[in-house]
Design a protein around this ligand. Sequence first.
Ligand SMILES: [Zn+2]
Ligand SMILES: [Zn+2]
Length: 340
Amino acid sequence: MMRTAVLQAPRRFEVAERPTPRPGRGAALVRVAATAVCHTDLSIYTGQHPGVRYPVVLGHEATGVVEAVGPDVRIPVGARVVINPIIACGACDCCLRGDENLCRRAGLLGRELDGSLAEQVVLAERYLHPLPPEIGLEAATLIETLATVHHAQRRVRIDPGDSVVVLGQGATGLLHTRVAKLAGASPIVAVSRSAWKRDLARRMRADATVDPSGRDVVAEVLALTAGHGADLVIDTTGDPRLVGSAMEMLRPGGVLLLYAISHEPVQDFTTFPMYVKELTLVGSRALVPADFEPAVRLVATGAVELDGLITGSYPLHRAAAAFGDYERDPDRVLRILIVP
Ligand SMILES: [Zn+2]
Ligand SMILES: [Zn+2]
């Protein structure tokens, strides 16, 4: 038997004993080391995420150690792994194009399928990415997020010397700031209302930080780019009210990467700037398996440091407290961990 934290209904956790799953052909049983909780989990917890069926076991940003394997598995028992939570069919037109993130029958671990808020989880081997010994299993839970950032920045092109604005400096904003810096972007302007997040952005080597509550961000960006406007704006807030000013702070020919999403309509949106400034709007969804290896390498080489992004840790039986604290004060959280 194993313990698992089941979300019976929005805001109602129950710790339950369930039979330990057995790995079938091509699959492995993973003892979960830690799960990071993100905004997607929070929206499932509060009942705001559309289309979720309860009860559900949350958890999709997880690491662990392979404990047992089924037939035809190459990964050894004892391997330390980070989990790819995008469960794709492998057979639809999107999967065959290599776009597993767009799979027409895709499910997310911890949403359509029971996730990692459990002591153990069974996954097909192809969803397990080995971790080198120098990366700690708790920090490595952030590699899934880093892989989504890598995926998004691969969909735009950042050349050395490009000016990049990153709206929002939560965990994903900070990682975007860091990865853009590694690509040679300059200047990188990090925008956040929180002073402590702007401090972290400077540690990620942002060239300038802007507090949008005290400053006109568009004017600041123009001043920092010799009046030209930015080459690229990355929105990590998903706030539909920022789309208009994001388009305003771009140079003609600039690119807006809509990394974070919202179900709210964008008010007063017109397509005219797309014509007059010939702007490009780019969407990005999750990650593909090929994003894991470069993300692991960024952490293993020390180019990206993840430890500072973990702002709290709770044992599995206190999952309800973890989510309660997160909901009460989301601005103080980067990532919280749940450790079985
Ligand atoms: Zn997530
Ligand atoms: Zn598919």
